[in-house]
Design a protein around this ligand. Structure first.
Ligand code: PFF
Length: 496
């Protein structure tokens, strides 16, 4: 396995690929709703605190350690302490599980790109999405009814991912990111520009930003801000680590971190302007208050937006496809990142080539993802998403924090990172944050998530959660105990 197959061609490729990973469905369908339902304008206070206190310090740590090892996540963790190798596989496998269900959302969205050309969702988008397309049933009989159109749309996504990912890093992901990420931003500017001119846009924006300062005293809004940032920036998911390990020598990681966090926030706040202008327009047209229209997730993208396009007249034939293409690109650039940590770790341990590893993982991922092409797919997806994001990954993040900050010793990185930084310099404050504040905060968010899952779970959800947890733990265990095939597995070069 030659090294340059896993190296960025330039710093720009690294930054754009990382922005591509961060900017995804979380920015378009999650953030506007989170902002609105957590105090509107007042949400910016916990949001900015979360970025400054958690996101930037933690990303710097993840980049710093990743850069230092110039090897995969699992290999580096083993080097720091062989007893922790489980963690080295736990996070990459969790992120790969995200990939599998992300492929379903990408598939649905692909179908909507086509539908939007002729408003194929009909007069009742709600019934169309839940009953006609997803044939949604919560009961396990749904497992036997397979929905071929969804399967085909998902397979198209997997093929696109394979076409990009099986190539050498710079020729595939690097090149595609340099093209798709600027394109994504450009289309978003067009959509938001248009939305702001719609009659009633200001109604939506006033509703969105109207600050509810009192909420600042509630614990929930602080948790929401921290949770949003972890998801949106793909923090602690071993992606930032892996991307930094692919960089050439002499990267200015501190400045890169700031640029990436800034671009991600810019995009999601921009998306919020667009979403709420459109909801304001809809509210004025239909007489329904904005509060009754807001929703998040699939409800926003596949139900509320088609309803809006139905009343938008001719413009819908431009705005509709543009919108669904934006969601597709955002999803695609994120899903591409979800395979990298596991793939690189497998290449390192078992001595397989990038091409072969990607092909095997994509075939397995595509096969498993077919569960989401059944009538219980959308339920399972929701449950697995909750388990992975609220429980598994946050737990991984807490351990990662302890391992990197305490056992690896974050102090080792300071001089090295500062010497290359053209912007801020790290000091004792950084150590204080990564060693104490961060693990404590993330633990609190994790406990909140656990309490949520335990108190609101249905029986079905518990079963799916147990199966997902078992799959994650078994895969982690197998990767850890299988003997290494690559003679270099235990020799790691450190750059710092
Ligand atoms: N950061 C992505 C978003 O905001 O949509 C979501 C995401 C991508 C989460 C990749 C996890 C991941 F591994």
């Amino acid at each position: 396995m030659s090294e340059d197959k896993n190296e960025w061609g330039s710093n720009l490729s690294f930054i754009l690929a990382m922005i591509g990973s961060a900017v995804g469905l979380g920015n378009i369908w999650r953030y506007p709703y989170v902002l609105y339902s957590n105090g509107g304008g007042a949400f910016y206070i916990p949001y900015i605190v979360a970025i400054l206190l958690m996101a930037i310090p933690f990303l710097i740590l993840e980049y710093g350690v990743g850069y230092n090892f110039k090897s995969s996540f699992a290999k580096a963790i083993r080097k720091i302490n062989p007893k922790w190798e489980y963690l080295g596989w736990f996070l990459p496998v969790s992120v790969f599980m995200i990939m599998i269900y992300y492929s379903a959302i990408l598939g649905w969205d692909g179908i909507y790109v086509v539908l939007s050309l002729f408003k194929g969702w009909g007069a009742d988008p709600n019934t169309y999405f839940t009953s006609t397309l997803l044939q949604s049933t919560g009961s396990n009989i749904g497992l036997t009814s397979f929905i071929p159109v969804i399967a085909v749309a998902m397979l198209v996504g997997w093929v696109i991912v394979w076409l990009i990912s099986h190539r050498d890093l710079e020729k595939g992901l690097g090149k595609v990111s340099k093209f798709l990420v600027p394109l994504l931003f450009a289309i978003m500017v067009v959509i938001v520009g248009f939305s702001l001119t719609l009659p009633g846009a200001s109604v939506g924006l006033v509703e969105l930003f109207n600050p509810d300062w009192l909420l600042l005293t509630h614990f929930d809004i602080w948790m929401a801000a921290f949770g949003q940032i972890v998801f949106s920036l793909s923090l602690g998911m071993s992606i930032a680590f892996t991307y930094a390990s692919y960089t050439k020598d002499n990267a200015d990681l501190i400045t890169n971190t700031i640029s990436i966090a800034f671009a991600n926030s810019l995009f999601e706040n921009f998306a919020a302007l667009g979403v709420f202008s459109i909801l304001g327009y809809m509210s004025v047209q239909s007489g329904t208050p904005v509060a009754e229209l807001v929703t998040q997730g699939t409800g926003l993208v596949f139900i509320v937006y088609p309803i809006v396009f139905n009343v938008l007249g001719q413009w819908a034939y431009v705005l509709g496809p543009l919108f669904f293409i934006t969601v597709y690109l955002a999803g695609l650039t994120s899903i591409l990142s979800t395979i990298e940590p596991l793939s690189f770790s497998i290449q390192n341990k078992f001595g397989l080539s990038r091409k072969r590893t990607m092909t095997i993982l994509i075939v397995i991922g595509a096969a498993v993802s077919m569960i989401y092409a059944t009538a219980i797919g959308s339920y399972v997806l929701g449950y697995v998403d909750t388990f992975i994001n609220q429980i598994a990954i946050l737990l991984g993040v807490i351990f990662e924090c302890i391992l990197f900050a305490w056992i690896f010793k974050a102090e080792k990185l300071i001089d090295f990172l500062n010497a290359r930084s053209k912007t801020i310099k790290l000091g004792r404050w950084w150590i204080l944050i990564v060693k104490y504040i961060l693990p404590i905060f993330v633990s609190i968010v994790w406990i909140g998530g656990m309490v949520d899952v335990i108190s609101y779970s249905s029986y079905d959800q518990l079963i799916v959660t147990v199966i997902a947890a078992a799959a994650l733990l078994i895969a982690t265990f197998i990767f850890t105990i299988l003997p290494a095939k690559n003679p270099d597995w235990d020799s790691v070069d450190e750059r710092v």
